[in-house]
Design a protein around this ligand. Structure first.
Ligand code: PLP
Length: 433
């Protein structure tokens, strides 16, 4: 079967997610190594999006592959009511790296957020969840409702009890302020929301550690300490969705670790196994874990805590440590930041660049002064399409959404490959400048 036939069969018999089917234009991915994947025609693509910002240790890492094969030979399945060696070992590892107590395993990030909401409601006896507008928490009913961005519209009214707040989006501050002279209205207005909704009704504030697919919103340094204090003041749980920002993407296990705070619940997936097997986790604090000692935890699926997924995650964590992946993220992240700042200085169309570790975005504008976006919110434009098409024509795989283009390569990328991709980004920016 040649590549064309593979694509045709996919189109004939399967539905593509997040797509108008007649417009879906998939690449046939046939293999990969490190920062590259290979298409069915033998082209090597530099994966500047780490697939869905998840294949953190790179494509086809031999250590993770070996662990999966070994686990398949030993024990392929255990129902979630059973104990298994990889399940316990992974739980211990996650407690160590997050400072939390116990993990509830899921199949991915959406289901992790779904369960985090349920756990927060069961634990507090309260209903409401505060989330932010520029957020994405998943595509199941609850997690999609909890998301703030337009992807949630498809399921509305969705689950009850979700209340939304504005984001720490300093480049386009919803309060018309600047971080060096504001009063952190992005936090204080949440307190007003809490008071107006009734503090006794709010179970949790659910936020992405660093907002990912809504444009890399890196908050001011005191944002999280203030949000943590707000949660403590009203007995509200802080749920930290680290599905995209966690597990090395920013150079730490959790993005919130940069800010010295401890969430009550962490959700994760993606970089937990680097995508080698489906797995997510809801990691809870000691006090929440204790609560479920004598009360029922309602939930769990047939494939929860799948031993092969847990084994893949353990090997993935071993790779992080043995190959000192965070060191690479921190040093290349510094270099990436410098190159992005240089692009901002060089191109009129670059309004803002935001980055932390190997998690970054370029925000494009028509006019630097007015900050008019190069494509409308929730839309596209000929310029953004041109930029995306150029990157594709050079076999750079990139995530482009609205007026933004992301730079999120696998965490094992070399500086040479990073620069190679960034040079092509510069050529693409020159085309729309
Ligand atoms: N939360 C965040 C922050 C995400 O970026 C995503 C996916 O992109 C999810 C949750 C959903 O995770 P999954 O696709 O594994 O269900």
């Amino acid at each position: 079967m040649d590549s064309k036939e593979v694509i045709q069969q996919n189109r004939d018999y399967t539905l593509f997610s997040w797509s108008v089917q007649s417009q879906a234009n998939p690449i046939h991915i046939a293999g990969g190594k490190g920062a590259y994947f290979f298409d069915g025609d033998g082209n090597h693509w530099l994966d500047f999006s780490s697939q869905l910002i998840n294949i953190n240790v790179g494509h086809q890492h031999p250590k993770v592959l070996e662990a999966i094969k070994k686990q398949v030979d030993e024990l392929c399945f255990a129902a979630p009511a059973f104990a298994s060696k990889p399940r316990g070992e992974l739980g211990k590892r996650l407690a160590e790296v997050t400072g939390l107590a116990k993990s509830f395993f899921t199949l991915g990030g959406s289901e992790a957020n779904e369960n985090a909401i349920k756990i927060a409601r069961l634990y507090t006896g309260r209903d409401k969840i505060i989330t932010r507008y520029r957020s994405y928490h998943g595509a199941t009913m609850g997690s999609m409702t909890a998301s703030g961005d337009p992807r949630r519209w498809a399921v509305e009214p969705g689950i009850p009890g979700v209340v939304r707040a504005f984001d720490p989006y300093c480049y386009r501050c919803p309060f018309g302020k600047q971080p060096d002279w504001c009063h952190r209205e992005c936090v204080s207005h949440i307190e007003e929301i809490i008071q107006m909704e009734g503090p006794h009704t709010i179970a949790a504030i659910l936020v992405e550690g660093i907002t990912g697919s809504n444009g890399l919103l890196v908050p001011p340094d005191d944002y999280y300490p203030k949000l943590r204090a707000l949660c403590d003041k009203y007995g509200i749980l802080l749920i930290d969705d680290e599905v995209m920002s966690g597990f090395g993407r920013t150079g730490t296990y959790l993005a919130t670790q940069h800010y010295g705070i401890q969430p009550d619940i962490v959700t994760c997936a993606k970089g937990l196994t680097s995508g080698y097997m489906p797995l997510g986790a809801v990691i809870v604090s000691e006090k929440i874990a204790q609560h479920f000692e004598n009360t029922m935890l309602w939930g769990g699926l047939t494939y929860s805590s799948h031993p092969v997924s847990c084994a893949a995650a353990i090997a993935n964590l071993d790779v992080y440590e043995e190959e000192r992946i965070f060191d690479n993220v921190n040093s290349l992240g510094h270099h990436l930041g410098q190159r992005l700042e240089a692009m901002k200085a060089k191109f009129d169309c670059v309004g803002d660049v935001r980055y932390i570790g190997l998690f970054s975005v370029i925000e494009l504008v028509r006019n630097k002064e007015t900050r008019e976006p190069l494509a409308p919110f929730n839309g596209s434009s000929p310029e953004m399409q041109k930029l995306a098409a150029y990157l594709k024509s050079k076999y750079i795989y990139a995530f482009v959404r609205f007026n933004m283009v992301w730079v999120c390569p696998p965490l094992v990328i070399s500086q040479e490959d990073l620069d190679k991709g960034l040079d092509v980004y510069e050529e693409a920016l020159a085309l729309v400048d």
